[in-house]
Design a protein around this ligand. Structure first.
Ligand SMILES: [Zn+2]
Length: 413
């Protein structure tokens, strides 16, 4: 009935539109709005590391700050892309050379700029490595604009509003925590990849996810710590498999809300083929190459012949997550790894060995990963579980209280 009324009114509007303009007009623009947060809450996102060049473009005036000399120069818009490279102790922008190892590009009117054809908000920072003539490319972006580029990259935008809001609050808290824990010792806070949170800048911005960011403006989760209620590592993953994992077994931190909860929800909203993942086989040569590539200290093991579970979390009698493994090599030497590290060392995409809720079988030439369940590390919020809770009418706050028990929401600004 509702559809019919909509259909009739649409036809009437279209007819009026044709009479007035001669053709059916474009639908009203619904540009996603990004709310500006107060200054001081910036996130430094590492977009590229160790690259030889990037292409820069902006449709507005901008200024270039050479950080070593504090020189500031103004530049007009660049209708054509400019190549940015490094030359000994200088940054080269097209034919122009700036004698600095660090350079900041600030758009004058907060216009987005493009790097390699992708648009970003905020500022662009280039840090050079003159030794190998490579660049580190960092996007200094206000917190809320950063989240607009994250939420739609981390959760489907058509999911329920309360699930998207829970995701926005978890993502805001997570980046603040990572920034305060690791940011001081490096020139960036988070990577733009799954290693932290996937960030795709302006191209990710969609009305529904921006609404989720705007309607939770400045909200973070906190838990009681020495200095009061402070943000903590609000990790999240796709499908927990039936019980979330204690963070101490995966990331090593011991926040009260991250001890793990029984999750009856994700099974309801996840396709069977995603909840139970197919068995996967890896030959020992590949496993050895991938593990030693990431952990060179294990080279003394030789070829890895055996992988055994040494620590497991058993939940509900039907979910077992291997949290630590022992590796035995052809030299007879042994080594230990957290299973989450092993999983991502063997399969960096994380899409084949979907989780550590599985059994590992050592055959003569191969390793089998069988009877797998869930998708992701399993710590903190379970995204498919959050979706199911939202479908059942739970609010973002109830979802967050469920997955991070003992935490509460506070406002950053
Ligand atoms: Zn779950």
């Amino acid at each position: 009935m509702r559809t019919k009324i909509f259909g009739i009114s649409f036809i009437i509007c279209a007819v009026i539109s044709i009479l007035l303009t001669g053709c059916v007009g474009e639908p009203e623009s619904i540009e996603p709005v990004v709310t500006q947060n107060p200054p001081g809450y910036q996130i430094r996102v590492l977009l590229y590391d160790s690259v030889k060049k990037i292409f820069f473009k902006i449709d507005d005036e901008y200024q270039i700050i050479s950080c070593d000399t504090s020189e500031i120069s103004k530049a007009a818009e660049t209708p054509k892309e400019i190549e940015i490279t490094v030359d000994s102790n200088a940054v080269k922008m097209g034919q122009q050379q700036f004698n600095t190892r660090r350079l900041v590009i600030q758009p004058q009117n907060s216009q987005p700029f493009a790097i390699n054809h992708q648009k970003y908000r905020g500022e662009l920072e280039i840090v050079t490595n003159p030794d190998n003539k490579t660049l580190m490319v960092i996007n200094n972006v206000p917190m809320e604009a950063y989240l607009a580029g994250v939420v739609a990259s981390e959760m489907p935008s058509y999911w329920e509003t309360e699930a998207l809001k829970a995701q926005a609050i978890a993502a805001r808290t997570y980046c603040l925590y990572i920034k305060s824990r690791f940011g001081k010792n490096r020139s960036w806070d988070v990577k733009a990849t799954q290693a932290n949170q996937v960030y795709r800048g302006v191209r990710a911005e969609i009305l529904r996810t921006n609404d989720a960011v705007n309607s939770t403006f400045g909200m973070v989760l906190c838990c009681e710590q020495e200095s009061g209620c402070e943000p903590f590592g609000t990790y999240y993953s796709s499908v927990c498999g039936g019980h979330t994992e204690n963070s101490k077994n995966v990331f090593g931190d011991k926040f009260e809300p991250l001890k793990g909860v029984n999750c009856p929800y994700c099974r309801e909203s996840t396709k069977t083929s995603l909840f139970y993942w197919p068995d996967i086989k890896y030959d020992k040569k590949t496993v050895t190459k991938n593990i030693l590539g990431r952990y060179p200290s294990l080279k003394e093991l030789g070829t890895i012949n055996k992988i055994e579970a040494v620590k497991e979390s058993k939940y509900n009698g039907n979910l077992t997550r291997i949290t630590s493994v022992k590796l035995t090599g052809s030299t007879g030497k042994t080594g230990f790894l957290r299973t989450e590290d092993l999983r991502l060392a063997i399969d960096s995409s994380g899409a084949k060995i979907q989780s550590t809720c599985c059994a590992i079988v050592s055959l003569e030439k191969e390793f089998l990963f069988v009877a797998g369940k869930g998708f992701g590390h399993g710590v903190g919020l379970c995204q498919y579980g959050a979706r199911e809770m939202a479908r059942q009418g739970k609010t973002a706050e109830q979802i967050l209280n469920f997955y991070y028990p003992g935490s509460r929401i506070k406002n950053l600004y």
